[in-house]
Design a protein around this ligand. Structure first.
Ligand code: GLY
Length: 372
């Protein structure tokens, strides 16, 4: 696939074929106006619920609502406050009440429009309302487009930790309007690129090089380049999910950098770093750990750090808590297996392994490697 010249846009699709589900991810500029007709082709009914991220309720909500109406739906439109604090069972319960009061039925689709928080929470509502209704993901952040909206992981946080309650509930359809990326802040957009770099490291050296070669049109939000960026990344996410839907093995590779990232986010009370920034730091720490253990060449860290810096993502920081605190949080991560921290470490660009027996002192050293 060669990059398209600036200005030339196109639509793309990626199909997911799973043992019990099959769905298509539609990617393109302006697709929000076609949301209704695409939902109707997949989940026809008189009613639908549209759960809208409050951050984009004024910008993209009306277009999505109008599109559903013009396709013959009488949608229940409700907003949800984004932010990890609202991704909880109280929000889910409030949404259940709205759906029940409006008598939404088993065949009424639930459409989540917004970032990953709304997708995860709306998806959990769809997974459990009347024992499960059709779910449509309509992500508006790069992070949600290339990761959370594909693959069926839905759920909410508990006071004890993030994403501890949830389900696998595959969407029936994913509609990605790449024009919505134009309304993201630069910081939020760049954060989504951390997951794209992650996909390159775990599985696709060609993608890694493509991001490197196309960083300027990506940051300039060139329409054709954005479609290709999202398509390349959704393809990788889809391939991983098709190999291992319920995370029995290879799907865990998507957690490269994330055990470190979750400790960074929790250790700083989710206030200092956005998720993509924490993932960027976490990938550097994990790659350095891989080198320290003799699993990969030092050149990989150099390449990774150079690309992350070029994108504008952090690779060192002076804002981390004490290493002991970070190590304690890592040990309480739900991915701990038999008391040992489970990490995804690179073997080379494009290949990673699950490693369960990393000595604590070596992990501690990798924390120091990202302190600036
Ligand atoms: N975001 C990781 C996964 O979907 O498995």
């Amino acid at each position: 696939m060669t990059p398209k010249p600036t200005g030339e846009t196109t639509m793309a699709t990626v199909d997911l074929v799973l043992p019990h589900h099959r769905y298509t991810v539609h990617i393109g500029p302006g697709l929000l106006s076609e949301l209704g007709q695409r939902v109707r082709a997949t989940a026809p009914h008189q009613r639908a619920a549209l759960i809208v991220d409050d951050k984009i309720a004024g910008t993209h909500g009306p277009a999505a609502e109008a599109s559903l109406q013009s396709a013959g739906y009488d949608p229940l439109v409700t907003t949800m406050t984004s932010g990890e604090d609202h991704k909880n069972l109280s929000t889910v319960e409030a949404l259940y009440h709205k759906l029940l009061d409006e008598r939404l039925e088993r065949r009424s689709p639930v459409v989540a429009l917004g970032g990953g928080i709304v997708g995860d929470t709306g998806g959990f509502v769809a997974a459990s309302y009347l024992r499960g209704v059709p779910f449509v993901q309509c992500p508006t952040t790069l992070l949600a487009m290339v990761d959370a909206s594909v693959g069926g992981k839905v759920g909410v946080n508990m006071p004890q930790g993030k994403n501890l309650i949830g389900a696998f509930h595959q969407p029936v359809l994913v509609v990605i309007d790449t024009d919505t990326l134009k309304t993201l802040s630069r910081r939020d957009f760049v954060c989504g690129l951390a997951e794209c770099v992650k996909h390159g490291v775990i599985r696709d050296p060609e993608l890694f090089d493509w991001i490197d070669a196309n960083i300027q049109p990506i940051l300039d939000l060139d329409p054709g380049t954005l479609v290709e960026l999202v398509q390349r990344n959704v393809r990788i996410k889809a391939a991983v999910v098709m190999e291992d839907e319920k995370e029995a093995g290879v799907r865990a590779h998507l957690n490269f950098g994330h055990t470190f990232a979750h400790a960074i986010e929790a250790g700083t009370e989710y206030g200092r770093y956005l998720h993509g920034e924490a993932v960027s730091l976490g990938m550097v720490a994990a790659a350095r750990l891989g080198v320290e253990l003799g699993r990969c060449e030092g050149g990989l860290v150099d390449q990774l750090v150079a690309l992350l810096n070029k994108i504008g993502l952090p690779t060192t920081t002076d804002g981390l808590p004490e290493t002991d605190k970070l190590m304690d949080i890592m040990r309480s991560d739900k991915k701990v297996k038999a008391g040992r921290v489970r990490l995804i470490l690179p073997d080379k660009l494009g290949a990673v392994s699950i490693v369960d027996d990393t000595p604590d002192d070596v992990v501690a050293k990798s924390w120091d490697s990202i302190r600036g």
